[in-house]
Ligand binder design. Sequence first.
Ligand SMILES: Nc1ncnc2c1ncn2[C@@H]1O[C@H](COP(=O)(O)OP(=O)(O)O)[C@@H](O)[C@H]1O
Ligand SMILES: [Mg+2]
Length: 359
Amino acid sequence: MTMTDLSAARPDAADPLLTIEDLSVAYSRGLGRKPFVAVPQLNLSVGRGETVSIVGESGSGKSTIGSAILGLQPAASGSMILDGIDLRAVSRRDRKRLQSTLQAVFQDPFSSLDPSRTVGDAVSEPLRVAFPRMPRAEVAERTAAILARVGLNRAAMTKYPAEFSGGQRQRISIARALVLEPKIVVCDEAVSALDVSVQAQVLNLLAELQREVGTSYVFISHNMAVVRHISDRVVVLYRGRVMEEGLAEDVCDRPAHPYTRSLLASVPVPDVAQQRERRLARASAVTQSGIEPRDGVGCPFADRCPFAQPKCVATTPPLVDVGNGRKVACVRIDEIPPADDVPGLDEVPAAVSDATGAP
Ligand SMILES: Nc1ncnc2c1ncn2[C@@H]1O[C@H](COP(=O)(O)OP(=O)(O)O)[C@@H](O)[C@H]1O
Ligand SMILES: [Mg+2]
């Protein structure tokens, strides 16, 4: 299987599993200071069996969105409806019962896997919580079955996380997240800590399990090349705001927003000539424009945008539909030169996609 096959069967985005409307998430900054609004008024939907990626550089608010969905960080306002369940109304106690609907995989399997518990214990836990009366033999069977699906044999059940490689530990986290066949999994930088070849294996595994189980993914990553190949749709975030969203191939291969272009310009490419081209693109993208948004009004990217004009900060650019499900928040979108097809992005995962098979 090649990486480009991963999003071949397009799910129905018109029948959303998760609908987020006007979500704001803020962090308190202590007494007497206004909270920091990391994500203001986000709208996002995820279809059944769909992979929607949230991409953006570090600090753009990606994990904050994931934390809000998972109930780890409270929302300040807005709504999140998951398969008819009002996520904001779910109490901390009732969160456990959501485990068969909503799961997560994080970047660092060490922090999500308790080092003092066996793999069998960790992977079977969601099962034992959801079905307290399930016979032990059946728990063991189902645990072994999901471990087999992620390429680990039964013997893994009695071992400890430290006995496995990083890629294997991430497979264990995925097994744990999928043992209840949840409707949706939030994957926050789930492959970011892995070697490039292991990344491809884990991405392929996620896609395979999605085809079998019909799970949706909210896939959070700073890496455009990874996102290009796992996603049906991509949402580009900058300072908590959506700059652009659309089908993965549209956003990644023909980026419209200047911010998306600058993100793509920082994807590493092997070819020297292309590297030089990218460096030039990047250099122009980070030039200070001198045009600053003030007090949350105006395009948040204006101060770094090579195309910025005073009108960019007069009001906050709305996300405007430009066709084919793509939306762009840029008031100059019809005036700036179109981005050429992005060279080289396919080459990054091509190197990645050579790696197949289990570790
Ligand atoms: N626990 C926290 N307390 C205060 N500020 C936070 C906290 N977590 C994240 N932030 C801030 O919120 C913004 C978004 O962070 P985050 O969602 O982690 O971004 P990303 O995942 O895209 O790197 C950043 O400015 C970050 O400093
Ligand atoms: Mg993060």
